[in-house]
Ligand binder design. Sequence first.
Ligand code: GLN
Length: 442
Amino acid sequence: MDAAFFERLKTLNKRYVLFSELVDKGPDDHSYGFHFSAKDNLCTSNFQTRAGSRILEGYRPPFDATPVRRMREAGGFLLGKTNMDEFGFGTFSTNSAYGVPRNPFDTERSCGGSSGGAAAAACLLDGHVALGVSTGGSISCPASFCGVVGLTPTYGRVSRYGLVDYGNSLDKVGLLSRSSNALSKYFPIIAGPDPMDPTSCPQPQLNLGPVEIRSIAVPQEAMENIHPDVRTAFDRAIDTLRDSLSVSVEEVSIPSMKYALPAYYVLATSEASTNLARYCGMRFGAKGGDIALHFNDYFSRVRSANFGKEAKRRILLGTYSRMVGFRNRYYLKALAVRQTVIEDYGRVLKKHGMVATPTMPFVSPRFTDIERMKLIDMYRADFLTIPPNLAGLPHISVPCGYADSMPIGMQLVARHWDEAVLLSAAGSWESSFKYRFPEAIR
Ligand code: GLN
């Protein structure tokens, strides 16, 4: 991390728009062991924390989120805050108020979302580790689109203290990097209970090391509506796993997978709509208008001017599903679906150590194609990342092929608290499949 590194970083940031805020220079002392970045919805004391939203413009938290604090205490130097979809609402990082990150393999394409900047930083900076956050797939999706490894831990494994909430029952802080080795090194730093976060639970100890995996389940529901290139790469990856790693592969059925997506959008927007109520121009970030106005007018003015379109849509959707009269029809039903998804995965994972699917149904799309996409198709793109997120299950996305020079991802899901199984499997996978990276800076 010499002065030249920071100059290259600035140039890189101009081209790829990775960071919403970036350090101007390196540390004065050289005691730092590694560099890392934090998604902009993680509070940091020396940078603004805006979660990709204009409504948080100017907000400087007086503290570090627990995962950030732990990385710093372990000798990490925080390079900056990575660009993301506003509050995590999106799949392509195009809903970002501070710049849309560009894919390292092709700048005309998306990095995925919502941790798009994090995935691109992980891809472009050798030895870098990026803190990302997933609610319904925001680590897996960008990891897949940017050709890096992304680990989403079990819900409750990593503290959410200092995280700008999207959906409290779903949000998980995880890591992205070029290899599972790096993740194995840094994951123990951020994992573990935290008295500051009431949802970080007592948990089985993390014992990383080789774990033998005998059998993998592939749900048939995951293979519908997959682009043929993704299908080919995934089938080949499964063959490799079967042959070189001597795992047995069995096709199974997880019928509730198809209901996970609509249930997720009801639950996630319900939680988001209550969380966003705190941004009213009084406490954090953007202020606006005449403070002498009636509070309703003042709040509306600030919120109308500063929330993006997708945030507004989600406030409406979420408020609607929680309303008296609709609650039973939507919110409670979605909770019941969530329970079924948990039970279905539990049944399959009891017999098999892991579930494997492609991560995304297609390679990263061009921005021009995203503009033409229907909203429902954008939501649907997450149909493979949402089920494990809804069930709070740990999962990892690893590159498993390339088509059109773009990376393709495979997602492995393990039992609750079994991150060690995922990291071990990803490690073995890397010994038989070589990842490609477009450009390296050290
Ligand atoms: N694309 C999904 C959403 O918009 C998931 C994003 C996330 O995990 N934050 O909600």
